[in-house]
Design a protein around this ligand. Structure first.
Ligand SMILES: *[C@@H]1O[C@H](CO)[C@@H](O)[C@H](O)[C@H]1NC(C)=O
Ligand SMILES: *[C@@H]1O[C@H](CO)[C@@H](O)[C@H](O)[C@H]1NC(C)=O
Ligand SMILES: *[C@@H]1O[C@H](CO)[C@@H](O)[C@H](O)[C@H]1NC(C)=O
Ligand SMILES: *[C@@H]1O[C@H](CO)[C@@H](O)[C@H](O)[C@H]1NC(C)=O
Ligand SMILES: *[C@@H]1O[C@H](CO)[C@@H](O)[C@H](O)[C@H]1NC(C)=O
Ligand SMILES: *[C@@H]1O[C@H](CO)[C@@H](O)[C@H](O)[C@H]1NC(C)=O
Ligand SMILES: *[C@@H]1O[C@H](CO)[C@@H](O)[C@H](O)[C@H]1NC(C)=O
Ligand SMILES: *[C@@H]1O[C@H](CO)[C@@H](O)[C@H](O)[C@H]1NC(C)=O
Ligand SMILES: *[C@@H]1O[C@H](CO)[C@@H](O)[C@H](O)[C@H]1NC(C)=O
Length: 426
């Protein structure tokens, strides 16, 4: 639905609702910046926050992430968590696997929205178990609300995941439920194309209370009745979204103020969104994998020498802390830079260990292997390599062991204030 008209003054209350269907710069009236393109096909899995932080903006509220996907929850008045893609598609398809929220007046929605207010919608009313609403707008034209059509779904939309697709080209727009086409809009059907959605779209997913008592009676009626927040919270779960951009390039330029698809130009290059996704896909090693990736000689250096048990705890702590740190922004850096940095870190850490005379240092190995014994990554070793025993097993790092290491060495884990020397690199 086109909320801007319905909500009037109340729109400001629901930041996301306004955000879901409004525009910062309308290219029909003004010269606007180019729209960043998607320029690829990708399936977003919402069981981790990094999907959202990499490719979407949270324009209102906060989400929870579970094995089932991202949860969008209305727990109280004015909650309206919403995300918006940081890219645009210029014709394409969007398939969202989701479970709508229950609750009278609660609206779960998938909205494609362009700068000049072309819009393609899926909407689910929490009070209606078996119907999905499809809708569209062209250039923000709201003179007739006759475009909304409801379609039955095979099982309760709030209890079951279904696959809701829009497949959008210059010729026609299909809405599909679980791969069955339920509705087709041809270009000419929309005022001879004038109000056919045809400009670069962001993808927005969110939930709000169309049944909030502050809204006008038409909106509340459309949403299925007044929302009773005391019966909440009401949660929509989004498992995944497969998004395809049928164009390629780095950005979409509006070359005139017609709002016609012929006026949109795809600029060459790789998209920022694509680069971000490719970077995020770089595998991140677990602590045990990092340890295994060390040359055998390094592992021997860690295990060998006196105080082997202490050394194992230290190694456990070291990799635990590295792992903790790596869950942050560093993971996005280019893979090579990351490996190089880790190599340096391990080297520094080990030099510190050595200087402080802590256990787990094998001087003979250092003499034998030189720097390579101090955390070189995967280099092959000469014939003077020591006999390598069967692969050392990385200890299971339990919180208890970390705490024991804490006690043993008198520092607090991963803290920059720690007395423990190498934590300053963590
Ligand atoms: C754009 O201009 C049209 C016609 O002048 C006007 O009706 C419309 O409200 C304007 N839209 C925006 C978003 O400024
Ligand atoms: C994306 O998918 C569409 C339709 O399945 C296909 O035609 C297109 O080649 C794909 N694009 C890329 C970049 O793989
Ligand atoms: C997310 O789901 C995918 C596909 O089921 C799975 O491979 C991946 O491990 C899951 N990630 C998390 C963080 O649960
Ligand atoms: C999305 O977030 C980016 C980076 O924080 C920001 O530059 C951009 O303006 C945001 N876009 C929207 C539509 O909020
Ligand atoms: C996230 O889940 C927790 C535990 O179920 C819940 O307490 C919290 O309110 C949820 N937060 C959001 C934003 O949904
Ligand atoms: C669900 O929506 C359909 C289509 O608008 C309507 O026919 C049906 O009566 C609704 N069911 C409920 C329980 O509101
Ligand atoms: C807006 O939509 C109405 C109803 O479909 C139509 O009669 C009118 O011509 C449209 N206006 C424009 C500018 O396309
Ligand atoms: C959802 O439906 C679309 C359209 O039929 C299909 O291409 C896609 O593979 C489906 N997604 C899943 C996860 O089944
Ligand atoms: C785009 O990405 C491809 C593959 O990652 C790369 O080979 C190419 O040089 C990139 N093009 C530009 C213009 O950056």
């Amino acid at each position: 639905m086109r909320f801007v008209t319905f909500l009037l003054g109340a729109a400001a209350l629901f930041t996301s609702v306004a955000g879901q269907t409004s525009t910062l710069c309308n290219p029909l009236n003004a010269t606007c910046p180019n729209d960043p393109a998607f320029g690829m096909n990708h399936t977003f899995l919402f069981n981790t926050s990094s999907t959202v932080t990499t490719s979407f903006n949270i324009t209102a509220g906060t989400l929870n992430y579970t094995a089932d996907g991202a949860e969008f929850t209305v727990a109280k008045r004015l909650d309206s968590p919403t995300i918006q893609s940081n890219f645009n598609i210029m014709f394409g398809s969007v398939s969202v696997i989701m479970k709508a929220a229950a609750g009278t007046g609660i609206v779960s929605s998938i909205v494609l929205e362009s700068d000049d207010l072309d819009e393609i919608d899926w909407e689910f009313m929490g009070g209606n178990a078996t119907f999905a609403e499809t809708n569209y707008f062209g250039k923000g034209n709201t003179t007739a609300y006759d475009r909304a059509i409801y379609y039955p779904v095979s099982s309760d939309v709030r209890a079951n995941f279904h696959n809701y697709t829009v497949d959008w080209t210059a010729d026609k727009l299909d809405w599909l439920i679980d791969s069955n086409v339920v509705r087709t809009l041809h270009y000419a059907d929309a005022n001879q194309g004038r109000t056919y959605p045809q400009t670069p779209m962001t993808v927005r997913i969110g939930i709000w209370a169309g049944g909030d008592s502050s809204l006008n009676k038409y909106t509340i009626e459309w949403a299925g009745g007044e929302t009773d927040y005391s019966k909440g919270p009401y949660t929509m779960s989004v498992q995944s979204a497969e998004i395809k951009d049928y164009s390629s390039g780095s950005a979409y330029e509006w070359t005139d103020r017609s709002g016609s698809w012929q006026s949109i130009k795809a600029l060459p290059g790789n998209s920022t969104a694509m680069n971000a996704i490719l970077k995020a896909q770089i595998p991140t090693l677990s602590a045990a994998q990092k340890f295994q990736a060390l040359p055998q000689a390094t592992k021997l250096a860690v295990y060998g020498g006196s105080g082997a048990a202490g050394a194992i705890l230290l190694a456990a702590l070291l990799f635990y802390c590295i792992r903790q740190r790596r869950t942050g922004a560093l993971e996005r850096e280019a893979y090579n830079a990351k490996v190089e940095k880790e190599r340096e870190d391990v080297y520094k850490d080990q030099m510190e260990l050595k200087e402080k005379g802590y256990g787990g240092w094998n001087n003979a190995e250092v003499a034998n292997q030189g720097e390579d014994a101090l955390g070189g990554w995967g280099k092959t070793h000469g014939s003077n390599s020591p006999t390598v025993p069967s692969t050392p097993k990385f200890p299971n790092v339990s919180t208890n062991e970390i705490d024991r290491a804490d006690e043993l060495w008198g520092f607090s884990k991963c803290s920059t204030k720690s007395r423990f020397p190498f934590t300053k690199y963590l």
